[in-house]
Design a protein around this ligand. Structure first.
Ligand code: IMP
Length: 431
């Protein structure tokens, strides 16, 4: 029963969208298990670029079926916009090809307003959320007050539930945050209209996946964000509100652990982060400009969802070893190797240090890492452009050495390296 899992090993934005697209060629079903439209997965096929926030990136392959699992929080407006965008591009998205869990939770404008109000109140301590209502929706889920997709199947009950929810949000906005309340009726109308369109997509996706796995279908679980943003294992409190790690697949899809074949970690060849929080290997100056790009190209380091410039730094091997541990990684895909071209030397953080000495693993998870200084190993760079390279033997020696060094510090073999944003720009890495 083959289940492959793809997770981000950093703070998101590792280029998972294009890896999912590649792996989807061999998959029957692609399933998202966490997060919502805070994610941004970019897929470039020839001269066409798709930016997906909710629908699994593998849907671009004609033979696949997409699942939005129970672990998701779904903004129906974003979902329908995305469905229409794909349909306009000639990609079929209908209830046959996209199935949404009855137990996924709904994001409303109330959650979005609360997300923004909470950030304003935090002032300097802001998390830098994507402002998509993710935190407040998961808060409602955990406190057993959430709205679920299944509620959309009974319109009169749904109307009642959404009104109660919005009235509660308005009280919170007025009394806790001293901001303006919003007009409830138009939102209720809007959500009733969404319910009428989405009802045919709502099924028991866990049961559907169980049957598919028993029939031997290939399932690919598509992680959103990265392990360092996981609510349990990330740099808390500067995290998202879901379980991003591979273990989140099972609660987020409603299946057991037995079908797992491998756990693939997407790792960018350097480190990046949007939003606030610790970042030991962060750089500024010329090297940062080199890594980030100018924002003129789609693959430059600017957030897919928010457009914010990403913070960038050297690859952090300590955090990569940690990602191996909490995900049980079996393979890595190293992305954006081409971006390192032209640097005279490349540093990789191999340990942390403080006044007590060096450590190879973060001692208290990753929520305390701001107290450490990185210890670097310096490797020679390369000048050759990698974007046209498709074979391992054609990579410059120093680029090959960099890939091997990543394997050495992480303890995980690299299966693929990407050398450009287009689907074909990948190099298979021999064992
Ligand atoms: P939230 O998920 O919108 O609540 O944001 C919490 C933190 O996670 C912020 O630092 C965001 O910038 C970050 N974040 C959320 N989703 C993504 C993503 O898909 N890529 C990168 N960072 C993300």
């Amino acid at each position: 029963m083959p289940l492959k899992i793809l997770v981000g090993t950093q703070w998101g934005d590792e280029g998972k969208g294009r890896i999912i697209d590649l792996l989807s060629a061999q998959a029957d079903i692609i399933a998202r298990y966490n997060g919502g439209d805070n994610a941004g997965h970019t897929v470039t096929i020839k001269d066409k670029t798709f930016k997906l926030h909710l629908i699994p990136s593998g849907i671009i392959h004609e033979h696949t079926l997409g699942i939005l699992g129970n672990g998701l929080v779904i903004n129906p407006k974003s979902l329908l916009t995305e469905i229409m965008m794909l349909q306009d591009a000639g990609i079929t998205v209908d209830p046959e090809r996209l199935k949404i869990s009855f137990a996924a939770h709904l994001i409303t404008p109330g959650h979005i307003a609360l997300d923004r109000a909470r950030e304003v109140l935090l002032g300097k301590g802001q998390i830098g959320t994507t402002g998509r209502g993710i935190g407040p929706t998961y808060t409602d889920k955990i406190s057993r007050k959430g709205l679920r997709m299944v509620d959309m199947l009974d319109l009169s009950l749904f109307e009642e539930k959404i009104k109660i929810h919005l009235e509660k949000v308005n009280r919170e906005l007025l009394y806790n945050f001293q901001t303006t309340a919003f007009d409830i009726d138009p939102v209720v109308e809007e959500y009733l209209a969404y319910a009428k369109v989405l009802k045919d997509y709502i099924v028991d996706t866990g049961a559907f996946l169980d049957i598919a796995l028993h029939e031997g279908k290939q399932v690919l679980a598509e992680g959103a964000q990265g392990v360092l943003l996981d609510v349990d294992h990330g740099s808390y409190p500067f995290v998202t509100s879901s379980n991003v790690t591979a273990t989140g697949v099972f609660t987020g899809l409603g299946i057991g652990i037995t079908p797992v074949e491998n756990v693939i970690g997407a790792t960018k060849a350097f480190q990046s982060r949007v939003g606030a929080g610790p970042f030991p290997t962060e750089l500024d100056g010329e090297v940062a400009l080199h890594l980030r790009g100018s924002g003129s190209k789609p693959w430059d380091e600017f957030g897919t969802t928010t457009g914010r410039p990403r913070r960038v730094g050297w690859l952090d091997g300590v955090l990569l070893r940690y990602a191996r541990r909490v995900n049980g990684l079996t393979d890595l895909v190293l992305t954006k190797l081409d971006v390192l071209r032209g640097l005279p030397e490349i540093k990789v953080c191999t340990a942390y240090k403080d006044e007590n000495g060096e450590t190879a693993l973060p001692p208290m998870g990753v929520s305390q890492i701001e107290q450490y200084q990185p210890v670097y190993t310096t490797l020679p760079g390369w000048q050759e452009d990698l974007m046209g390279v498709r074979k391992w033997d054609d990579l410059p020696d120093n680029a090959q050495n960099y890939v091997r060094f990543v394997e050495e510090i992480s303890g995980v073999k690299v299966m693929l390296a990407s050398v450009g944003p287009e689907r074909s720009q990948v190099v298979e890495v021999p064992a």
